[in-house]
Design a protein around this ligand. Structure first.
Ligand code: SAM
Length: 163
């Protein structure tokens, strides 16, 4: 596992956490600049999990480009990118940028348990996800709402670009 963390304190926490595990490599660097250096991995199979901070207003624009560039280096890799759902317009533009990026097999899944809050829910964009994952995610999210005391929680699962 390769972990990329920009902030020194957090990188230190990760290093300490995994100091006895030679399979884990912690890199203190900027993921936007550094991800490409690790792609494609020698194993040729794997998952890139991107859990961004969303500190910048244009972060979704940068992420769409990051994903496109990473995918260009490693088209068969699996990618999972988390995003918060606040303003729908920004999310729609993000999805639009991904849909016209040339990537295929792009699934989006959203869980919306709090329709009236400013953070209404969150989503993932998945590139090259496992076969039929949409069925398993639907069953999981249908159980998650009631389990959280939110039986009316909405969900969306759609292919932005099919295979
Ligand atoms: C939402 S948190 C991730 C939380 C983590 N996935 C967890 O479950 O504990 C985002 C992380 O990205 C780090 N970060 C912010 N900008 C970054 C960048 N440009 N490159 C790499 N890491 C960054 C932050 O320091 C923070 O630790």
């Amino acid at each position: 596992m390769v972990l990329i963390e920009l902030h020194p304190e957090d990188a230190g926490v990760l290093r300490r956490q995994f100091r006895n595990d030679a399979r884990v490599h912690v890199h203190h660097r900027d993921g936007y600049e550094g991800l490409a250096a690790f792609l494609p991995p020698a194993e040729r199979r794997g998952l890139v999990l991107i859990d961004p901070p969303y500190e910048d207003r244009d972060e979704l624009t940068r992420l769409a480009e990051l994903l496109r560039a990473a995918h260009a280096r490693w088209p068969t890799g699996q990618y999972a990118l988390w995003y918060p759902i606040k303003e729908r317009g920004a999310i729609d533009r993000f999805h639009g940028a991904l849909a016209t990026s040339g990537m295929r097999k792009l699934l989006m899944v959203e869980f919306l348990p709090m329709p009236d809050a400013s953070l209404r829910g969150s989503g993932f964009v998945l590139v090259n996800p496992p076969w039929r994952i949409e069925d398993r995610l639907a069953a999981l999210l249908d159980a998650l709402g009631p389990a959280l005391g939110r039986p009316d929680a909405a969900r969306r699962i759609d292919w932005l670009v099919p295979e």
